[in-house]
Design a protein around this ligand. Structure first.
Ligand code: BJ8
Length: 422
């Protein structure tokens, strides 16, 4: 990896602690990823991005700032990146998926807080992630209670704009979300000094839709009986989608899909025959949280679809590209984003319908409902999800976990027993 210490120092990072993270990540990545056999060649690109995760992309963001551009950090798939890109700014995901950042978060948050929130707050306050240092503004949202309160703590250290996400999906809620998007547009315009026009918004709608189309194309390939790519690799791609330059990401993902289509034609599979097909549902798996995929795929299973924010919720449904004026475009954004089915909504039957539909489309043998500890919305919803899946005759296993490895052995035992039973 190239030496980025100067950039990290300029970003005010805690270099000593950060070096510890840089030491463990390549080992973890090697163990989980590079040990796989017969990976598609085009995975080289994503491997490179991960090997330089705190270098290459942060350097591009810093360059963008040097040229007068702004960077917005986001934590949730309801926040419309289109508005940010339409103001010539860059949006980047900021969710933390490593235990490394959790103790930092626990300095200010109760320990019985979801690890995703603790890691995100820890990454900021401990100054150990360049993305968290670079963002000029964080964009929070009123999804779960833990996040809502975490914004107040983060706002003492960095400018935060919070979007008020409705928790129901009535007509008036969709209108309210359109109003929130309008307010967000104003904030972005003020921070960047650039106006969002119908033309620039039209372009960014197309830009982000193209990324969604590429991801959808990738997922379609996983419907094949012979799987041309592992679930682990697709997870990595989904995680990188939140950080990477959207144009380049789309191009590289389409290139990968070309290779995978050839594999499908030639009948190449990365799994032996008889491998059980698993659908994952639940809370997001922020980078570098690869635990559940790794356990499944080294226990006789293959992950073929994720009904998660690091998965189908991120790319399903396009924004209507036919609108030509700002009001129409913002309504189109509100409609598309309010179509996401997060457990913070009530009721949320559409999520269960999605899971059952995916289970059929991807021809799965079983579903694993995997949720982060202390995430009460997904935990409570898990009861309904699991009951409805059983009713539909789909085997399901519920797992609650965090970012530590302390439960890995126990998880492996449960996952293996589940897969054997399928
Ligand atoms: S749309 S899932 S990205 S809120 S932080 S809710 S795990 S207790 S992340 Fe999320 Fe948006 Fe919904 Fe998706 Fe639970 Fe943790 Fe809250 Fe979480």
């Amino acid at each position: 990896m190239a030496d980025y210490h100067k950039m990290w120092e300029d970003l005010g990072m805690d270099l000593e602690t950060h070096d510890q993270l840089c030491e463990v990540l390549p080992q973890a990545f090697g163990d989980v990823y590079l040990s796989q056999e017969n990976r598609p060649e085009s995975m080289d690109y994503y491997d490179f991005v991960v090997s330089e995760i705190h270098g290459v992309r942060p350097a591009e963001l810093v360059e963008h700032q040097k040229n007068g551009g702004k960077v917005f950090g986001t934590f949730c798939v309801y926040v419309p990146d289109e508005i940010v890109f339409a103001a010539k700014a860059i949006a980047t995901g900021l969710c933390g998926g490593s235990q490394f950042w959790v103790p930092g978060g626990e300095k200010v948050l109760p320990s019985n807080t979801c690890p995703l929130i603790k890691a995100s707050v820890g990454a900021r306050l401990d100054r150990t992630c360049p993305f968290f240092r670079i963002a000029d503004m964080y964009v929070g949202e009123t999804t779960c209670d833990g996040k809502k309160k975490a914004w107040e703590i983060l706002a003492e250290d960095v400018p935060v704009h919070v979007m008020d996400l409705p928790q129901m999906k009535r007509e008036k809620d969709i209108k309210a979300w359109a109003e929130e998007i309008k307010d967000f547009k104003k904030v972005v315009e003020e921070v960047t000094g650039n106006e969002v026009t119908a033309e620039s918004l039209g372009e960014s709608i197309k830009l982000i839709n193209d990324k969604r189309r590429a991801l959808k194309r990738l997922y379609e390939l996983r419907k094949n009986e012979k799987l041309p790519i592992s679930g682990k690799d697709v997870l990595l791609i989904s995680q990188i989608a939140f950080y990477d330059d959207p144009t380049r990401f789309t191009q590289m993902t389409n290139k990968l899909c070309d290779e995978l289509e050839k594999r499908v034609e030639e009948g190449v599979s990365v799994f032996p025959e008889g491998t059980k097909r698993i659908l994952l549902t639940g809370t997001p798996l922020a980078i570098p949280n690869w635990k559940i995929h790794n356990i499944i795929e080294t226990s006789g299973g293959a992950v073929v679809c994720e009904e998660m924010c690091t998965g189908a919720r991120y790319f399903e449904n396009l924004v209507d590209e036919t609108q030509t004026d700002l009001d129409g475009q913002i309504d189109a954004l509100a409609n598309r984003y309010m179509g996401i089915n997060c457990a913070c909504f009530t009721p949320n039957r559409a999520r269960i319908d999605d899971i059952i539909r995916y289970a059929k489309e991807y021809n799965v043998d079983g579903v694993i409902d995997v949720n982060l500890k202390f995430c009460s919305t997904y935990d409570v919803e898990g009861f309904l999800v699991e009951r409805e899946l059983k009713k539909a005759g789909i085997p399901v296993l519920g797992i609650e976990t965090d970012y530590t490895d302390s439960d890995a052995q126990q998880m492996r035992t449960r996952v293996s027993a589940f897969i054997e039973m399928l």
